[in-house]
Design a protein around this ligand. Structure first.
Ligand code: AMP
Ligand code: FE
Ligand code: FE
Ligand code: ZN
Length: 294
C-alpha cells in the first residue's frame, strides 16, 4: 500500500529538519509521497522537490496558511486561530504572496513582543531567538521554545509550551492576520486546494457539542473550502465522525497526516497518519497553480 503524508514542516518554518533532511527521513520512513507545508512560506519547495526527485519519492508542494476567524459562541465573540493547508498554489500569485509576506512580518513583530514580555523575568534577547532560526525562516513560538531549552529553563519544546508559551499564559501575544474566508478565497484564486488543518485542535473531549462551531465549517465550505484533515493526532476523537460526515455530505477531500516537525520537535512522527491514493488524486486534479512531482 502506498504511504502518503501531506503535512510536514522544515527549518523554513518551525520544523527541525532542513528540507533535504526531511525528504531523506521521509524516504527512510517508507513514505511514497510527502507534502512540505511550512507555515506561510514556499521557501523550502525547491530544495525539497530536488531531493524528492533524487530519492525517487513523490513531492506535493504546500503551505500551512495562518488565518483567524471571529465567530460568535453562546452570544460571545471569540477569535479562533485556523490553519489552512494550501496544496499546489501558484507561488507567484501576487495577492497570495502579499498576504503571506504580511503574515511573516506580523509573526516577527509578535515574536519580538513575546520575547519582550519574557525578558522582564528571564535574560532572553531577540538575537538569541534568531540564533535558533534559519535565515529567512517563518518565525513562530517554537524558535522561542528552542531558546528556552538552550537556556536550560525547560527540557524540551513541549515543556516550554506548557508554561512560557502557553496561549493562556502571562507572556502570550496573539496573531492578527488574514481572515479564514479571505485566505480560502486567495488559495483558490492562486489555483490551490484549501484543506482545513487539524480542525478543532485544542477542543477537549468533554466539550459541549454546542461549543463546536459547525456553522463556521458550513460557512468555510460555502466559501470554497475543499478538504478536511480529519486524521491528525490533535483532532478530537469526538469530532472525527461528524467532520467525516460533513466532508462526505459536501463531497470534500478527507486527508490524514502527521504534521511532523522533526523527531524531537513534536511527538508527531512521519507517516503516523496517512492519506489515501484516491484523495491525493483528487487534490492533484483540483490543484492548478503548481505541478506536483509524482
Ligand atoms: P505559533 O505559530 O507561533 O503560534 O506557534 C504554534 C506552533 O508551535 C505550532 O505550529 C506547533 O508547531 C508548535 N507547537 C504548539 N504546541 C506545541 C507543543 N506542545 N510542543 C511543541 N510544539 C508545539
Ligand atoms: Fe508548526
Ligand atoms: Fe497547524
Ligand atoms: Zn502544521
Amino acid at each position: 500500500m502506498v504511504k502518503i503524508d501531506l503535512h510536514t514542516h522544515s527549518t523554513r518554518s518551525d520544523g527541525l529538519d532542513t528540507p533535504s533532511d526531511l525528504i531523506a527521513n521521509a524516504a527512510k520512513a517508507g513514505l511514497d509521497v510527502i507534502a512540505l507545508t511550512d507555515h506561510d512560506t514556499v521557501s523550502g519547495w525547491d530544495e525539497a522537490r530536488g531531493k524528492a526527485i533524487e530519492l525517487g519519492i513523490g513531492f506535493v508542494p504546500g503551505i500551512e496558511v495562518t488565518s483567524v476567524s471571529d465567530i460568535e459562541r453562546h452570544g460571545r465573540k471569540v477569535r479562533l486561530s485556523v490553519h489552512l493547508l494550501a496544496y499546489l498554489p501558484d507561488p507567484d500569485h501576487k495577492a497570495l504572496e502579499i498576504v503571506l509576506g504580511d503574515t511573516v512580518a506580523t509573526r516577527e513583530a509578535r515574536g519580538r513582543a513575546i520575547v519582550e514580555k519574557l525578558a522582564e523575568q528571564i535574560p532572553i534577547t531577540w538575537e538569541m531567538v534568531l540564533d535558533h532560526l534559519d535565515k529567512g525562516a517563518t518565525i513562530g513560538r517554537p524558535a522561542i521554545a528552542d531558546t528556552l531549552v538552550t537556556m536550560g529553563l525547560v527540557p524540551d519544546r513541549s515543556a516550554a509550551f506548557d508554561y512560557y508559551l502557553s496561549t493562556d499564559g502571562p507572556f502570550y501575544v496573539s496573531h492578527s492576520t488574514v481572515s479564514t474566508l479571505e485566505a480560502i478565497g486567495l488559495i483558490r484564486a492562486s489555483g490551490g486546494v484549501p484543506v482545513i488543518a487539524h480542525p478543532l485542535k485544542g477542543v477537549g473531549p468533554d466539550t459541549d457539542p454546542e461549543d463546536l462551531p459547525v456553522d463556521h465549517f458550513e460557512e468555510m465550505i460555502a466559501n470554497g473550502l475543499q478538504g478536511v484533515e480529519v486524521y491528525h493526532r490533535d483532532v478530537p476523537e469526538t469530532a472525527r465522525k461528524w467532520l467525516h460526515e460533513l466532508a462526505t455530505k459536501h463531497d470534500l477531500v478527507v486527508t490524514g497526516s502527521s504534521d511532523y516537525h522533526g523527531v524531537s520537535g513534536k511527538p508527531n512522527q512521519l507517516g503516523e497518519n496517512t492519506t489515501s491514493q484516491e484523495m491525493l488524486d483528487r487534490i492533484v486534479s483540483l490543484g492548478t497553480g503548481t505541478k506536483p512531482s509524482l
